[in-house]
Design a protein around this ligand. Structure first.
Ligand SMILES: C[S@@+](CC[C@H](N)C(=O)[O-])C[C@H]1O[C@@H](n2cnc3c(N)ncnc32)[C@H](O)[C@@H]1O
Length: 260
């Protein structure tokens, strides 16, 4: 009789095949969009802190696209994701000086230097299941920003879960990694649950990822109660205003200047 593998923490096993699962994502295009947002909001950052950086794909693209690279620090709660990111940076010849990765939870981290920009992209926010955690993230990000600095983050919305991923299923494989993914969305709780069954080097693993789909006005209210202000909320990957129909929202939030 087949046995059910024990659940591992989100991303502990998936890290080994995360880039296979995300092969459809145009990280170069995501990096261009982030650079466009800096331009659109008059920011010329020298230093960037990325939260929930995963396997470092966006970090590497941004370093590649910016002449000379940023002073870049990138963190994630998952030690295995960070190990993959470090290996990719080494392969890409990125010096440990200009790009460094570390393990940190984005609801409870501290930094010893201020950053011009803080990034959190591709649904990291959705992993926070209650509003107190979102408030903690905003407080920590504000503390990490230099006065006038920007927090750019995105979120997947209830519209995305309803329109595209209510009952989503796929599978894939590469080298020694195969996976199947099933997701379901509960419109009442707005919790989106994704289950991964994986085989890595002949061993089976299972992970359950639970995310919450926040509405536009919920995040707006949480920002209003934080040390940050909303500069813009964009309909994903555009410079058009977000609406309740937006499937992805890119937020540009700012820490006030000291003289404001
Ligand atoms: C969908 S992945 C996105 C990763 C990466 N930003 C990308 O674009 O590929 C979400 C990431 O958020 C991280 N994460 C979730 N909750 C976190 C938390 N509380 N603190 C730090 N990282 C967290 C996960 O470990 C995972 O790497």
């Amino acid at each position: 009789m087949p046995t059910t593998p024990p659940l591992t923490n989100p991303y502990d096993a998936l890290a080994a095949g995360y880039d296979v699962v995300m092969a459809h994502v145009d990280y170069g295009g995501w990096a261009e969009y982030v650079l466009d947002l800096f331009d659109a909001h008059g920011l010329q950052p020298h230093s960037i802190l990325e939260l929930g950086c995963g396997t470092g794909s966006l970090a590497l693209e941004l370093q590649e696209k910016h002449d000379g690279g940023f002073h870049y620090r990138a963190t994630d709660r998952s030690a295995t994701m960070i190990r993959v990111a470090q290996a990719k940076a080494k392969m890409a010849g990125r010096s440990a000086g200009d790009l460094r990765f570390a393990v940190a939870d984005f609801t409870g981290f501290e930094t010893d230097e201020p950053f011009d920009a803080v990034l959190l992209l591709y649904d990291g926010l959705n992993y926070l299941l209650d509003e107190a955690e979102v408030s903690a993230l905003f407080t920590r990000a504000a503390a990490a920003l230099a006065p006038g600095g920007l927090l750019i983050l995105d979120q997947s919305t209830p519209a995305n879960s309803v329109n595209n991923e209510a009952y989503f299923e796929d599978e894939g494989e590469a080298d020694r990694f195969t996976y199947t993914r099933r997701s379901r969305y509960d419109a009442e709780t707005r919790l989106h649950t994704t289950e991964f069954d994986m085989e890595i080097d002949g061993t089976t693993y299972a992970e359950q990822h639970v995310q919450r789909a926040y509405a536009l006005d919920e995040i707006e209210a949480l920002v209003a109660a934080s040390p940050l202000t909303v500069v813009a909320a964009y309909d994903g990957f555009t410079l058009d205003p977000a609406t309740d129909a937006s499937e992805r929202i890119h937020w540009v939030l700012q820490r006030a200047s000291d003289d404001a």
